[in-house]
Write a protein of this length. Structure first.
Length: 103
């Protein structure tokens, strides 16, 4: 059985291309995932930029650009030209740090 609901109509009288939002679920929706809410989770960033890495390693940014690749820490260049940013995977940084351990 279809319910007759009034639909939003565009300027030409058609309803094509108009989005009618449904009622939103509550933010604290657990949906069977235990007691943790689904939408309030903060995602851990995967990449870190050169300045974050420099602070983490207690080194200068110029050292990161100059020496880190020579020592095996590889970055990802995102963008083109002078405005390109070098980013590093957090997991790669932590693996690289473990390899630098002195026994």
């Amino acid at each position: 059985m279809r319910l007759n609901r009034p639909q939003a109509r565009g300027p030409t009288g058609s309803n094509r291309g108009n989005f009618v939002p449904k009622e939103q679920d509550s933010i604290d929706d657990t949906s069977g995932t235990g007691s943790r809410p689904r939408r309030n989770r903060l995602a851990e960033p995967i990449l870190m930029d050169t300045s974050e890495l420099a602070v983490m390693l207690n080194m200068s940014e110029s050292w990161i650009y100059r020496e880190a690749a020579k020592l095996g820490l590889k970055g990802y260049k995102l963008g083109r030209g002078r405005s390109a940013k070098v980013q590093y995977k957090r997991s790669d940084v932590f693996k690289w740090l473990e390899q630098q351990k002195i026994h």
